[in-house]
Design a protein around this ligand. Structure first.
Ligand code: FMN
Length: 209
């Protein structure tokens, strides 16, 4: 079931916290998880290559398998689902389906597509560019996923505290993808703690250092 949610964006951003305790009896439906991910994938990406993939772990047995990989962090088993956000190290391969479709639909001239593909293939000769792009662009979708969840009344916690090598091995992640973070998503059993932020003065440099 798809639902439309109307919430104040600034409130969502202000209220989002990393929540570590969830109601283990609360299940978010697959449909809603799909909806969250669809919202996440509205994120921008370089050349629109959409450098992301999501492993949605919503079966309890799989969450139990993940628990030691995530160093025993309880949100992994308590949350309704854990979404592993992966970055695509070969996102250049997405150019053909994405731009090819746009050419066929008459939205993109063939010569523009050829020029873009040339730029992309040039850039992807560098493994560093491929890796940086996977992390940069995939992380934008991850952030959007967390805000979408908050807007729907759910809570999340991004987690870098897990063994990415073990995760890739035990969840059969192909070498094309790099694990970026795990995100627990569910109904909070306890609110996240307020966390301090540097002030704008401490954070902003106007015009140049
Ligand atoms: C990339 C990344 C990795 C994180 N890893 C963990 C983690 O493994 N476990 C955890 O409990 N929180 C983790 N956090 C949550 C941070 O501790 C939290 O975002 C930060 O303290 C600010 O609090 P807030 O998210 O509630 O505003 C991570 C956050 C990010 C962005």
């Amino acid at each position: 079931m798809s639902t439309t949610t109307s919430v104040d964006f600034m409130q969502v951003v202000t209220d989002r916290r990393s929540v570590k305790q969830y109601d283990p009896s609360f299940k978010i439906s697959k449909e809603e998880l799909v909806e969250l991910i669809e919202t996440a994938t509205k994120a921008p990406s370089a050349w629109n290559l959409q450098h992301w993939k999501f492993v949605v772990i919503d079966e309890q047995a799989q969450k139990e398998k993940l628990l030691p990989i995530a160093y025993g962090q309880q949100q992994v088993v308590q949350a309704s689902a854990v979404i592993a956000v992966l970055g695509d190290l070969e996102a250049n391969k997405n150019a053909e389906p994405i731009f090819g479709g746009a050419v066929k639909a008459g939205q993109l001239p063939q010569e523009v597509k050829d020029a873009l593909v040339g730029q992309i293939e040039g850039a992807y000769k560098s493994p560093q560019v491929a890796r940086d792009s996977a992390i940069l662009n995939g992380s934008l979708a991850a952030m959007q996923l967390m805000l979408a969840a908050k807007a729907k009344g759910y809570d999340t916690c991004p987690m870098g505290g897990y063994n990415a090598v073990q995760f890739a091995e035990q969840f059969n992640v192909p070498s094309r993808y790099i694990p970026l973070m795990l995100i627990s998503v569910g109904k909070a059993a306890q609110e996240g703690r307020p966390s301090p932020r540097f002030t704008a003065d401490e954070t902003i440099v106007w015009n140049q250092f």
